[in-house]
Design a protein around this ligand. Structure first.
Ligand code: 5AD
Ligand code: SF4
Length: 469
């Protein structure tokens, strides 16, 4: 046992081999493949983490299956940003109980943001003791080691790290799409918006070295990736704390130099850190998609202050005006929270005013969810029925505005990345414009992964019908 490497990624490569040996033995015994299923909740960050988890599982010998209830290993990669995310996860766990009982080979693993909350771990231990493996957001790279321990010692394994001990590079990844990929540029968040649990479950902000990021993107380009999405909770503060002198605009510029990459997206931008340099890079660089996801959260300066967002209504309006005037065809999308503590009808009127002025191309609206441990949880909460009313007012305006905004490109010929066969009509393909709008158009599967010229014939609310030209 003392020849186990101490350094990463060698240690995980060692455990992947060990796990692989175990899986092969099991397969011989059962005379079939061992299957795995990953259920992913939450954001792009979690989606990317799941690709890493699947990469490790497949490299160890698991075969992916769509059927969660029949899988030998079910991994639930959880989200805890709002309480309804948690509820859904407990619901799924309840459903799995009887399947875990009737299939003696089934193992259930849980990971992701929700697992970083001590109260969740207590609840699982007490009410869902049949969960076999629990790990958090900081040790997904250790999946092979944790699984091997679980199998070889035939026991429940729980390992949660409070903080990331390192960023482990060069582990296997299984991408969902061959032609597009997310790339983490930073982890964690230091903003401490008063409603948000993310800084507590994803830890302090850490940027990856630019050379590691660019090297990963070059490899992705070589393997056929055309579009990348640079991922971070707050990409605009990329580079802080690194020894090298680089910021997000600089990283984008370097990324755009990579041959083979044709489209670059990024997510998420915090309005307080969005620099003029970034606007210039977006303006000057064709590869950088004209789409900015710029969470507003609230249009009321009073609420924004309580939220600790560090900008006010006027600053947000000035910023978006500048962006639209310099890049008129850009799509600006946003997140809005309704029902934050102490929010009044007048505060919501301010939010509606911003929606009217900015004319968001799309907006995700959320009802405020109280997260234990965040400062807002101790503020005066708002009556539920009142919040529902206010939410409906916001939702209605958001839908009207985004419908109008989406329609503005009808008649134009635009570039569309063909992504998949249309789910309803297999003679159509579904793709996305650089503004992230969805387009359905006639085509065959061989065109998937290509960037095509498509004429937009009509707009059906939130998507277009087009034809290749
Ligand atoms: N309640 C409701 N929405 C929230 N978000 C984050 N935390 C909460 C919360 N406690 C929303 C924000 C963020 C998006 C990812 O989720 O709008 O931008
Ligand atoms: Fe993503 Fe936040 Fe949900 Fe974690 S808690 S999955 S970071 S949205």
């Amino acid at each position: 046992m003392n020849n186990i490497p101490q350094n990463e990624p060698d240690r995980q490569n060692y455990y992947r081999n060990e796990l692989s040996g175990f899986i092969q033995k099991q397969e011989q015994l059962l005379n079939r493949k061992l299957t795995c299923h990953i259920a992913t909740f939450g954001c792009q960050m979690n989606a990317r983490d799941s690709e890493k988890l699947l990469g490790i599982l497949k490299a160890a010998g698991f075969q992916e299956t769509e059927e969660e209830t029949a899988a030998d290993l079910v991994v639930m990669n959880t989200c805890t940003v709002r309480d309804n995310a948690n509820k859904r996860i407990y619901g799924r766990l309840g459903v799995l109980k009887s399947f875990r009982k009737s299939n003696q080979h089934m193992r259930i693993a849980m990971c992701g943001c929700m697992m970083q909350e001590p109260s969740v771990i207590e609840k699982i231990k007490k009410s869902y003791p049949y969960v076999d493996l629990i790990f958090g957001t900081h040790n997904i790279y250790k999946l092979a080691e944790l699984l091997f321990t679980m199998y070889s010692e035939d026991r429940q394994v729980i390992e949660i790290l409070k903080q990331a001990d390192r960023i482990v590079e060069d582990l296997p990844v299984e991408r969902k799409y061959p032609f597009k990929s997310g790339v983490n540029i930073m982890f964690g968040c230091d903003n401490f918006c008063s409603y948000c649990i993310v800084p507590y479950v994803r830890g302090r902000e850490r940027s990856r070295k630019s050379e590691e990021i660019l090297c990963e993107i070059r490899k992705l380009a070589d393997s056929g990736v055309r579009e990348i999405m640079l991922l971070g909770q707050n990409v605009n503060s990329y580079g802080k704390g690194l020894d090298e002198k680089i910021d997000f605009a600089g990283l984008l510029k370097e990324t755009a130099k990579i041959d083979g990459i044709e489209r670059i997206r990024f997510m998420t931008s915090h309005p307080k850190d969005l620099s003029d340099d970034l606007i210039t890079v977006m303006e000057e660089n064709e590869k950088v998609c004209l789409h900015l996801h710029l969470p507003l959260q609230s249009g009321s300066s009073r609420i924004l202050k309580l939220m600790n967002r560090k900008y006010d209504k006027e600053q947000y309006l000035a910023l978006t005006e500048k962006i639209r005037s310099r890049m008129p065809s850009i799509a600006i999308t946003t997140d809005i929270i309704v029902g934050f503590p102490t929010e009044t009808k007048e505060d919501v009127d301010e939010t509606l005013d911003v929606i009217r002025k900015v004319r968001f191309d799309n907006a995700f609206t959320f009802i405020y969810s109280k997260r234990t441990g965040t400062p807002a949880a101790n503020m005066e909460q708002v009556d539920e029925a009142f919040v529902k009313e206010q939410f409906d007012r916001v939702l209605q305006l958001v839908q009207e505005t985004s419908k109008e905004m989406t329609g503005r490109f009808v008649g134009e010929t635009v570039k569309v990345l063909a992504e998949e066969v249309n789910e309803q009509d297999p003679s159509l393909l579904t793709g996305r414009m650089e503004q992230n709008f969805v387009v359905h158009f006639p085509g065959d599967p061989s065109m998937i992964g290509q960037i095509l010229s498509v004429k937009l014939l009509s707009c059906k609310g939130f998507y277009y019908i087009g034809e290749p030209v």
